[in-house]
Design a protein around this ligand. Structure first.
Ligand code: ATP
Ligand code: MG
Ligand code: FE
Length: 343
């Protein structure tokens, strides 16, 4: 069947249509302009924006795919983690579509969505593969054996801030526009990545090889920015270099340690140009196949949710028990949200 995926966990409203692993069409609306003057996402504003955007976004995705609503055979929706009010809007809309169409509804884990995004451009994930999930709220290394059946081993997480959060917060101190990640990436082009000596946290011989820490790096970069006397571009370039260095170093080490031949980098920070470049260089040197979705599928979107829905349908998963609700602080265990009978 054609799976309609709906995403509304943060400030992006996304809809996507996937059938048999193929992306047929998708559309995203963002309320980021409405949050810019607050310097961060305001949950109430995000929720109201989803109410306005969800119908039109589904319509645009259908138009792009050349499909009609009645062609949809299953609906998938993000049920967590994310902002409660924002999630509820997507879930309410998805219930409406599923109920009126008389088709099954699947609850999807937002982070499984980020990982599945890559399958829409590069095909099924090789089993196993290492997934570096780097976003606004998460930084994790996962050993993925089977995404749909939740055979996912946690290698390590950040002990404090996520990489995207680090970019966003330093950007604010640097006076760059919201959201900070893309702004730092842009400004860094004109800077010297070695101008400011910044730490490479948890990369010592005694450190946990797969754990991350970005709060010290954030503070170091922010202090340097506040002290003045440095070019904004140089601070941005040095921060981007430090983050990209730590992320890619640990991800490649995880592949080598586990004798895994493929690294998949996903989540909003996977859109970062230096992360993409350095991952490419290091994987080439190590003989590892690198997969990163195009930037538009790295940040939040509905196609990735449809991709998980499609995997679940094909794996024979049971639809979500009615009534489907949200789980704003869903743990990283994907199966908690979409149980699949093993076999
Ligand atoms: P999560 O997925 O953990 O729930 P989220 O959905 O808010 O969090 P994403 O949409 O996956 O996160 O990613 C948003 C994050 O990605 C933000 O922190 C943003 O600054 C960052 N980001 C986006 N583009 C870039 C870029 N080019 N360089 C660095 N960071 C970027
Ligand atoms: Mg966002
Ligand atoms: Fe996300």
């Amino acid at each position: 069947p054609v799976v309609l995926g709906i995403e509304s966990s943060c400030d992006e409203t996304g809809a996507g249509l996937v059938r048999d692993g193929r992306l047929l069409g998708h559309a995203v609306a963002s309320s980021l302009d409405e949050h810019a003057r607050y310097g961060g996402v305001v949950p109430e504003i995000a929720a109201r924006a989803h109410v306005r955007a969800v119908g039109p976004v589904v319509r645009r995705a259908l138009d792009e795919a050349g499909l009609r609503l009645r062609d949809v055979g299953a609906v998938a929706v993000t049920t967590g983690p994310g902002l409660a009010g924002a999630l509820h809007i997507g879930v309410a809309a998805a219930k409406g579509y599923a109920y009126t169409l008389g088709v099954p509804l699947y609850g999807v884990h937002h982070l499984a969505g980020h990982a599945a995004a890559d399958t829409l451009v590069h095909g099924p994930l090789p089993q196993p593969c290492v997934v570096l999930l780097v976003s606004g709220g998460h930084t994790s290394l996962l050993l993925v054996r089977d995404l749909a059946r939740d055979r996912v081993e946690h290698l390590g997480d950040t002990l404090d801030d996520a990489a995207g959060e680090c970019f966003d917060k330093v950007a604010r101190v640097l006076g760059l526009p919201y959201p900070g990640g893309p702004a730092v990436d842009r400004v860094a082009r004109d800077g010297d990545p070695h101008a400011v000596p910044l730490p490479r946290p948890l990369t010592g011989p005694r450190d946990d090889p797969y754990a991350f820490s970005f709060s010290g790096l954030k503070t170091a970069a922010a202090r340097c920015a506040e002290a003045g006397g440095r070019q904004v571009a140089d601070v941005a370039a040095s921060l981007r270099e430090a983050v990209a260095d730590v992320l890619t170093r640990k991800a490649v080490a995880a592949c080598l340690d586990h004798e895994v031949g493929t690294l998949v980098v996903v989540g909003g920070v996977a859109a970062n140009s230096r992360v993409r470049e350095l991952a490419g260089q290091r994987c080439a040197t190590a003989g590892i196949t690198l997969r990163i979705p195009p930037p538009g599928l790295c940040t939040d979107n509905g196609a990735m949710i449809a991709a998980v829905g499609d995997l679940l349908v094909r794996a024979g998963a049971r639809p979500a028990p009615w009534p489907v609700s949200v789980d704003p602080s869903a743990p990283l265990e994907f199966a908690a949200l979409h149980p699949v009978p093993s076999g």
